[in-house]
Design a protein around this ligand. Structure first.
Ligand code: COA
Length: 432
């Protein structure tokens, strides 16, 4: 539904609190809440998501006089639903990322974020979304219907002295401008689509640029382009966390290892400038992108640094997601040793179930079915609902998931489940 016909007030909560859509009048209050909760680096990002070109769904809980109208009352809690076109092995999946989840200290523990999520999930369903993603604090989002769906990319701590010195001027790195967006968009149709990626659109790229605006003299984010012979040959984003003193290097593309090294050298300069602005050292943390020239540069200059947890994913309707993925699931069967196989299984999610059937290299049935509460007894298949995203997105492959989680059972069907749900890579560092 277009914004103009959506009512501003979504629901009345206890104690006179109001859950409503945010308007332009709320921008300062939402930005101030995010700065108070997360730190100064969030201000520009939040403003870009509030008044930029992306159709972000911002919801707030407002308290006090005038809470029903945009700009009225005090913002007690807020969070954003950012639209994304996810893509799994070439199949586009409508969804979103929920971000900037914050409740003012005085209002915590009163169910405000639960209420915000209920409202976001309701609208996401109306919009036909198949999955939502969140990067966030441990455990909390499991309470709100999310499971850990895919890995945070391997992260490397980069010592500036290990980055090869800039040699020659074949490759030049400079800040990106609006004129670069056309080139970045041209990359999309031909881009490698192995595993989980997003389909990038102009509005998202424009938002990245908006987020590079300096605030109070500090540039918290950057988007850089590498050129050789006047032609773009690579790009990278960086994103800083102020109190933590960290600069994250988020890979886009690098045509070869020299380009990757030059992008990394540019990040060293960005880090030094930030350290000067903050008056303290800044640690460089690079996301890996396995199998690429960027990865060669990262492994050459950095040391692995453990990352605690995965990204959260919510799949509101498993049948709808599997049906959308039918082309890729059938392709996996058709290109496997099971191309001549046929059979069926019940994938029990314990509180609901999905029947799958396959025949001659095609997935022929995906339909809701009653669950089996104890598939162990009969060689059946069971996956707890909060581990379903990890299964379907290929976090570890079906057998890998069964090895790691107690209530994933593959029964007699491991061979076909390993074909349908193999481990898949993720390339989302610059996007989420
Ligand atoms: C985490 C935070 C967003 C929770 O907001 P809130 O409005 O207090 O959350 P709610 O009251 O809606 O809590 C929802 C449920 O989670 C529980 N919960 C709240 N904070 C939790 C936490 N940090 N860890 C685990 N569970 C938590 C609540 O008890 C409640 O459970 P229930 O519904 O079963 O009773 C808030 O504490 C906050 O802003 N923290 C600082 C910023 C932050 O960490 N944001 C998340 C970044 S990803």
């Amino acid at each position: 539904m277009p914004d103009e016909v959506r009512p501003a007030v979504v629901r009345q909560l206890a104690d006179g609190l109001v859950l409503r859509r945010a308007g332009a009048e709320d921008v300062d209050a939402i930005a101030a809440l995010n700065v108070a909760v997360f730190g100064a680096q969030d201000e520009v990002a939040v403003r870009a998501l509030l008044d930029g070109p992306l159709p972000v769904d911002w919801l707030v809980v407002a308290a006090g006089p005038g809470a029903e109208r945009p700009g009225g009352g005090a913002v007690a809690a807020a969070c954003a639903r950012i639209p994304h076109e996810w893509c799994l092995d070439g199949v586009a999946l409508r969804g979103s990322q929920i971000e900037n989840v914050a409740t003012d200290e005085r209002y915590r523990g009163r169910g405000l974020v639960r209420a915000l999520f209920d409202a976001h999930h309701e609208q996401a369903a109306a919009d036909g979304e198949l999955l939502q993603v969140i990067g966030g604090i441990p455990y909390f989002y499991r309470k709100l219907g999310y499971g850990y769906g895919f890995d945070v990319p391997p992260t490397f701590s980069v010592a500036p002295s290990s980055v090869p010195p800039v040699a020659g001027d074949r490759v030049v790195v400079r800040p990106a401008g609006r004129d670069d967006l056309a080139w970045l968009l041209e990359r999309e149709p031909g881009r490698r689509r192995d595993g989980l990626t997003v389909v990038r659109h102009r509005e998202g790229l424009e938002t990245w640029l908006l987020r590079t605006r300096p605030r109070h003299g500090i540039s918290w984010e950057s988007l850089s382009v590498a050129e050789a012979g006047g032609q773009p040959v690579g790009w990278m984003r960086t994103l800083a966390w102020g109190e933590e003193g960290q600069l994250f290097l988020l890979p886009g593309e690098a045509a070869d290892v020299e380009v990757a090294n030059q992008l990394m050298a540019a990040a060293v300069r960005i880090g030094a400038e930030l350290a000067g602005s903050l008056g303290r050292p800044v640690e460089l943390l690079a996301s890996d992108l396995p199998g690429t020239p960027w990865s060669r540069a990262v492994h050459g200059a950095g040391r692995p640094r453990p990352e605690p947890s995965g990204y959260y994913v919510r799949v509101p309707d498993e049948v709808a997601l599997l049906r959308a993925l039918e082309p890729v699931l059938s392709r996996r069967l058709a290109t496997s040793g099971l191309v001549e196989d046929r059979g069926e299984l019940l994938l029990s999610l314990y509180e609901r179930g999905v029947r799958l059937a396959w025949d001659g290299g095609r997935l022929t049935v995906v339909e809701a079915a009653p669950p089996d509460p104890d598939p162990f007894d009969n060689g059946g298949v069971g996956v707890a609902p909060d581990w379903f995203p990890a299964l379907v997105l290929g976090r570890w492959g079906a057998s890998g998931l069964a090895a790691r989680t107690d209530d994933t059972l593959l029964g007699d069907h491991a061979p076909v489940l390993d074909v349908l749900f193999p481990a898949r890579p993720v390339d989302l560092s610059a996007d989420v």
